[in-house]
Ligand binder design. Structure first.
Ligand SMILES: [Zn+2]
Length: 184
């Protein structure tokens, strides 16, 4: 699907591992502090009726560089999950489309959408507080999305069907020969 990205990402991850044999793991005190901050975002957002009980902070060099909470219902944005809003905030603050050397603390294990967003943003590590099962217990079940991924396109609850491939390939051809593109 995106081999150049995957290869670059894996190469860089391998390089980082070689260069830093000792993983930069924050002290337990920092874990407690940053997870509490993520939880505070969840509580603050939920109390203000911005959305569901989810919060996230993004840390770089021991400092919080981005914050987010779920804002789905208040902004009519189904993609406004805590991790996505925190990634957008951190990237804006860092003036970068990558979360290089960043650590994500999220109050709950990321859903498949946020998992994808996290991979695109490329932080170093993710710490999550509550897990998928805890979320399902209060009515936020994302297991069905994981299940859908493995189904055939015609078997999915929302069917996927390809059409007009040749037309859709035009921008890809243009991208390949574009000389001033920003690769990522
Ligand atoms: Zn999510």
């Amino acid at each position: 699907m995106c081999n150049s990205f995957n290869k670059k990402f894996i190469d860089e991850a391998a390089k980082n591992m070689n260069e830093n044999n000792i993983e930069k793991v924050p002290s337990t005190k920092n874990h407690q502090y940053f997870m509490q901050e993520a939880v505070n975002e969840a509580v603050k957002g939920m109390t203000a009726n911005e959305g569901g009980p989810f919060g996230c902070v993004i840390v770089k060099d021991g400092k919080i560089v981005g914050r987010g909470n779920n804002k789905v219902t208040s902004t009519n944005d189904p993609t406004a999950h805590a991790e996505v809003t925190a990634i957008r905030n951190a990237c804006k603050n860092l003036n970068s489309f990558q979360l290089e050397d960043c650590i994500i603390y999220t109050s709950c294990e990321p859903c498949p959408m946020c998992l994808g967003a996290i991979y695109w943003a490329r932080p170093n590590k993710v710490y999550y507080g509550s897990n998928q099962e805890d979320a399902a217990n209060i009515g936020f079940d994302d297991q069905f999305i994981y299940d859908e991924i493995n189904l055939g396109y015609d078997k999915r609850a929302i069917p996927f069907e390809q059409c007009e491939r040749e037309t859709a390939l035009q921008p890809f051809k243009m991208w390949q020969s574009k000389s001033d593109k920003t690769e990522y």
